[in-house]
Design a protein around this ligand. Sequence first.
Ligand SMILES: [Zn+2]
Length: 132
Amino acid sequence: MISIGTPEGNAIRCPVCANIASAADVTCSKCGNTLVFLDPTLMTIALSAIPVLDRELIERMRKLVSDVKPQKLRIDFEKVQLPSAAVFGSFLVMVKELKKTGTVIAIRNVDPQIQQMFVMMRVDGLMETESV
Ligand SMILES: [Zn+2]
């Protein structure tokens, strides 16, 4: 079992939104993301509670994914706003790193403006777009 939780009784910090959750929680009370990943086959990160991406968030995601090493990472972009160029750059570094390790990256609910950025940066081919 893979868990990002600290030993029982201690508070844990959500790796996605940095909310402090109780160690007993399985999902974050703020963003709803899974705090304990039982199955490294597929990891889903939903960003709807954190629509404005920043580099710190991308860094937390990168750390989380490199700890869990999922075969497939699904990122749900619902409500996510067009990020700044710097944040976009950090995201793309993460995507390219993951591709090198063979992780399949799937994205869903991507805003057309963000999708257009992926196409312009020629990284759309690195990720599978899932229709919901
Ligand atoms: Zn959270």
